[in-house]
Design a protein around this ligand. Structure first.
Ligand code: KIV
Length: 265
């Protein structure tokens, strides 16, 4: 059952979950079968992530993933879910492009069935979040490790250590002021993620960001032990379970109870 009972999870409901101190469970899916299993397991948010570049297409980064790829997988997932909120990633150079480019691309994903789009980065791109939000497109920000910037960052590393933490906090506030409805914090120190989560009223969803975020998100293949390697912050939820829906339900329950992530994750 979703956090909102049998009612569909909406943007206002996500805000209410944060106010009520109830954790939000999110995971990626790219096709109808796994999306259906997530709906059955009570997932609150299903993310059609551009991580599909890695886990579906076998690429080395998310940079080559196209808008057409995103729209195709969003349509596949949209057909299979009824309760979770469906979020889709804007691909490389979409959220980071002109406001009209971001809006046109968001329109494609919303027409494919998304309820919210996610854009990586902040600073100059916060204006695009405001532009989309004002036009009825709910936006999820994504800061910390932003995989679309891998070639500038020089690899997939923890972000926000030391003085850089203050910059991430400022970015979170700026995106919140711009009108985002959700914020992904990826690979940032747990203490910083806690500080950001307390500083903004927007719900935060962490991945490798400790237990104090308002919710958690994992790439499905990692959570089912199917990745080529298991990052330290990932738990294999399929281990010891009878099947996929049971594994996904165990994840949802662990997020809701606050037992995932544990200290070593
Ligand atoms: O693309 C993706 O799957 C994501 C998650 C890692 C948050 O952005």
């Amino acid at each position: 059952m979703s956090a909102s009972g049998f009612e569909p999870v909406t943007v206002p409901r996500l805000a209410a979950l944060k106010r009520e101190g109830r954790k939000i469970a999110a995971m990626t899916a790219y096709d109808a079968s796994f999306a259906r299993a997530m709906d059955e397991a009570g997932m609150d948010i299903v993310l059609v992530g551009d991580s599909l570049g890695h886990v579906v297409q076998g690429r080395r980064s998310t940079v080559p993933v196209t808008l057409e790829d995103m729209a195709y997988h969003t349509r596949c997932v949209a057909r299979a879910i009824s309760r979770p909120l469906l979020m889709a990633d804007l691909p490389f150079l979409s959220f980071q492009g002109s406001a009209d480019r971001a809006l046109a691309d968001a329109g494609v994903l919303m027409r494919a069935g998304a309820h919210m789009v996610k854009g990586e980065g902040a600073g100059p791109f916060a204006a695009n979040a405001a532009y989309l939000a004002a036009r009825g497109v709910p936006v999820c920000g994504h800061i910390g490790l932003t995989p679309q910037f891998v070639h500038s960052l020089g690899g997939y590393r923890v972000q926000g250590r030391g003085a850089h933490g203050a910059r991430l906090l400022a970015e979170a506030k700026e995106l919140a002021d711009a009108g985002i409805s959700l914020l992904v914090l990826e690979a940032v120190p747990a203490a910083l993620a806690a500080e950001i989560s307390a500083a903004v009223t927007v719900p935060t969803i962490g991945i490798g960001a400790g237990p104090s975020c308002d919710g958690q998100v994992l790439v499905m293949h990692d959570a089912l032990g199917m990745g080529p390697r298991r990052p330290r912050f990932v738990r294999d939820f399929l281990a010891g379970q009878g099947g996929i829906v049971a594994a996904l339900s165990a994840y949802v329950e662990a997020v809701r109870q606050g037992t995932f992530p544990a200290a070593q994750e």
